[in-house]
Write a protein that binds this ligand. Structure first.
Ligand SMILES: Cc1cc2nc3c(=O)[nH]c(=O)nc-3n(C[C@H](O)[C@H](O)[C@H](O)COP(=O)(O)OP(=O)(O)OC[C@H]3O[C@@H](n4cnc5c(N)ncnc54)[C@H](O)[C@@H]3O)c2cc1C
Length: 499
C-alpha cells in the first residue's frame, strides 16, 4: 500500500488534462465493457490505464465465461437451459451469501450477454468438452463447471455453462483484443501509463481523478461519472492481511497490478466495501486424476467428492483441511487418463501397497488404508455414501498405487521441487455497488458521480466462486455501470437500502 488516496477538492486543481463525460479507470474486462456502453450511450469517454497497454488480469485469464439460460452453443450441444435453473445453481455454488439481486439480473440477462460477446467478434464453437478439466486443451465452446456434481446436480438440473471463445487453451487475451478493438472503434480515448491516484470532488460529487503520468501529477475531469474498474487487491499484502488473510502465503492469480488502488480511493471518500474476505482459490491438482482416484488431507482422509468444480475442491482443501493434500490414484486409473488431460503432471510417489504409500507420504499408519478400504467397499456397489461422487467415476482402487503432490504445479515431473503451497487465488470483494454500479457509502447512499465494476467491486459472489463468473460479472455489470454513468447525472438513482 503506498501513497495518499485522500480525495482532492476540484478547487485545488490548477490544470485539467482532459474533460469528458465519463472517465473510466482501468482497462480490463470491466473497464472495456463500461467504456463501450458509455460511448454507445452517446457519452465522450476517456480510459486511464496504469500499464503500458490494455488488458489487466483479464488478458492473462483463461477466458472462460459463465453464461447460460439457453445460449446458441448450449442449444446446439443439446442442452436445455433457462435463467431459473442457472440461478439455482449459481446461488448455491457462489454461496453462501451470493448477491441474489445481482445474480438474478445476471442470469436473466445471460443470453443477451452471450450475444454481446459475439457482437465483439468472438466465436464460440458449438461443441462440448465433456472431461473434467481446469481448462480444456481444445477449442470446444462449452464445458462443465461443477453443475453435474453433487450436491448441485440435485439442486438444479445439470447443464454445462462454461463458454469459451474459440482459441486453443487460454482465451483471455482474445476477449481483451476484441473488446479493446471495439472500445477504440467506438471513439473512446485510451491513455496508458497513467496511474490514477485520487478522486476529485466538488460539491459532494466525484468529478474526476488525479493521476501520475511519466512522473508528472495530472488531473482529468468527468462531467457525468467516474467508473472505477481497477481490479482486485490480491497484490497488496497489507490489504490481504487486513481483509483476506486466507490468501497470505499463497500464489497470486493476477497480472501483478491488483493492488486495490480503486477500492482505497473510494473508501477514502466513505465508500462501503462488501465481501472483502471472499476469495477464489485454485490448487494445482489435476481434475482428471482427482475423479479417477481421491484427494486426501495430511491425515489420509477424504473430504469431498472429487468430481466437483476444481475451485471447490481447492477451497475445501486449503481452507478447511490440514495439509499436505495428496491426490491418490491406482495404476489402472492413471493409465486411463487421456494424454491431453495429463497437463505434464507425473506421480511423485509410487508404491505396491497402501501401507508403503502412507509411510512415504507421512500419513499416520493405517489412516489411508482405512480410507481406501471404505471407499472401495462402497465403490464396488457404485456408491459413495460419504461424498456422493458420481457413479461414473466409482471403481475400487487396486494396487499398485501412486500419489501426486499438488505443490509441484502443472507440467512438472517427479523430480521437481515444491513451489510454494500449490495454491493461488484472487480476491472477490470490493466496493459495495448497486446493480447499476453506483458506489454506495457506509450509510447506504450512492456517492454522486462514482461507479465501479469488476473486481474493484463486490459482484455476484458470496463465499464461493465458479470459473467464468469474474469475466462474466465484470463485463455484465461493467456494461450497466457504463450506461448509468453516461446518463444525465440528475437522473441517476441515488439510494439503496443498506444491507
Ligand atoms: C491466470 C488467470 C486466469 C483466470 N481465468 C479466468 C477465467 O477463465 N474466467 C474468469 O471469469 N476469470 C478468470 N480469471 C480472473 C479474471 O481474469 C479477473 O478476476 C478479471 O479479469 C478482473 O477483471 P477487472 O476488469 O476487474 O480487472 P483487470 O482485468 O485486472 O483490469 C484492471 C485494470 O486496471 C488497471 N489499474 C489498476 N489500478 C489502476 C489505477 N490506479 N489507475 C489506472 N489503471 C489502473 C490495471 O492495470 C488493469 O489493466 C483469471 C485470472 C488470471 C490471472
Amino acid at each position: 500500500m503506498s501513497g495518499s488516496v485522500a480525495p482532492v477538492p476540484a478547487s485545488a486543481i490548477d490544470r485539467i488534462e482532459a474533460e469528458v463525460d465519463v472517465l473510466v479507470v482501468g482497462l480490463g474486462c470491466a473497464g472495456g465493457a463500461a467504456a463501450l456502453e458509455a460511448a454507445a450511450a452517446g457519452a465522450s469517454v476517456l480510459v486511464l490505464e496504469r500499464a503500458s497497454g490494455p488488458g489487466g488480469s483479464s488478458a492473462q485469464s483463461g477466458g472462460e465465461l459463465y453464461l447460460g439460460g439457453g445460449t446458441r452453443v448450449q442449444k446446439a450441444c443439446g442442452f436445455e437451459d433457462d435463467a431459473d435453473t442457472m440461478f439455482a445453481y449459481l446461488r448455491a455454488a457462489l454461496g453462501p451469501h451470493a448477491d441474489e439481486e445481482k445474480l438474478r439480473l445476471y442470469c436473466d440477462g445471460s443470453v443477451e450477454h452471450f450475444e454481446w460477446f459475439c457482437s465483439l467478434g468472438l466465436e464460440f464453437n458449438e461443441s462440448l468438452y465433456g472431461a473434467p478439466s481446469w481448462m480444456p486443451p481444445t477449442t470446444d465452446g462449452l464445458m462443465w463447471l461443477g453443475e453435474n456434481a453433487w450436491p448441485y446436480d440435485e439442486l438444479a438440473r445439470p447443464v454445462p455453462r462454461g463458454h469459451r471463445p474459440a482459441t486453443e487453451s487460454w482465451g483471455g487475451w482474445l476477449i481483451m483484443e476484441k473488446l479493446t478493438a471495439a472500445v477504440r472503434a467506438a471513439g473512446v480515448t485510451i491513455e496508458s501509463d497513467t496511474l490514477a491516484s485520487s478522486l476529485v470532488i466538488e460539491g459532494g460529487r466525484v468529478v474526476g481523478v488525479t493521476a501520475r503520468r511519466f512522473g508528472a501529477e495530472v488531473a482529468y475531469r468527468a462531467r457525468r461519472g467516474v467508473v472505477l474498474t481497477t481490479g482486485g487487491f490480491v497484490d497488496d499484502e497489507e490489504m490481504l492481511a487486513a481483509h483476506a488473510p486466507l490468501l497470505l502465503g499463497h500464489g497470486k492469480v493476477s497480472d501483478g497490478l491488483d493492488d486495490g488502488s480503486g477500492i482505497r480511493m473510494a473508501a477514502a471518500l466513505g465508500a462501503a466495501t462488501r465481501r472483502m474476505g471472499s476469495v477464489e482459490i485454485a490448487l494445482t491438482a489435476l481434475p482428471a486424476a482427482m475423479v479417477r482416484g481421491m484427494m486426501v488431507n495430511g491425515l489420509g482422509q477424504r473430504f469431498i467428492n472429487e468430481d466437483v468444480y476444481p475451485g471447490l475442491f481447492s477451497h475445501a482443501a486449503v481452507v478447511h483441511q490440514p495439509g499436505p493434500w495428496w491426490v491418490v490414484v491406482d495404476e489402472a486409473g492413471w493409465e486411463s487418463i487421456p494424454p491431453r488431460d495429463l497437463w505434464g503432471v507425473r506421480p511423485t510417489h509410487a508404491a505396491e501397497t497402501l501401507a508403503e504409500l502412507e509411510a512415504e507420504l507421512g500419513i499416520p499408519e493405517g489412516a489411508l488404508q482405512a480410507t481406501v478400504e471404505l471407499y472401495n467397499r462402497h465403490a464396488a456397489a457404485g456408491e459413495d455414501p460419504l461424498f456422493h461422487k458420481n457413479a461414473e467415476w466409482l471403481r475400487p482402487l487396486e494396487p499398485p498405487f501412486a500419489a501426486l503432490d499438488p505443490r509441484l504445479g502443472f507440467a512438472s515431473g517427479r523430480d521437481a521441487t515444491p513451489q510454494g503451497t500449490g495454491a493461488a487465488g484472487f480476491t472477490l470483494g470490493g466496493l459495495h455497488t448497486t446493480v447499476d454500479g453506483a458506489v454506495l457509502d457506509v450509510s447506504g447512499s450512492a456517492i454522486p458521480g462514482l461507479f465501479a465494476a469488476g473486481r474493484a467491486s463486490a459482484g455476484i459472489h458470496g463465499e464461493g466462486y465458479i470459473s467464468g463468473t469474474s469475466l462474466g460479472d465484470g463485463t455484465f455489470f461493467g456494461r450497466r455501470a457504463g450506461r448509468a454513468a453516461a446518463r444525465d447525472a440528475d437522473r441517476q438513482s441515488s439510494t439503496r437500502t443498506r444491507r
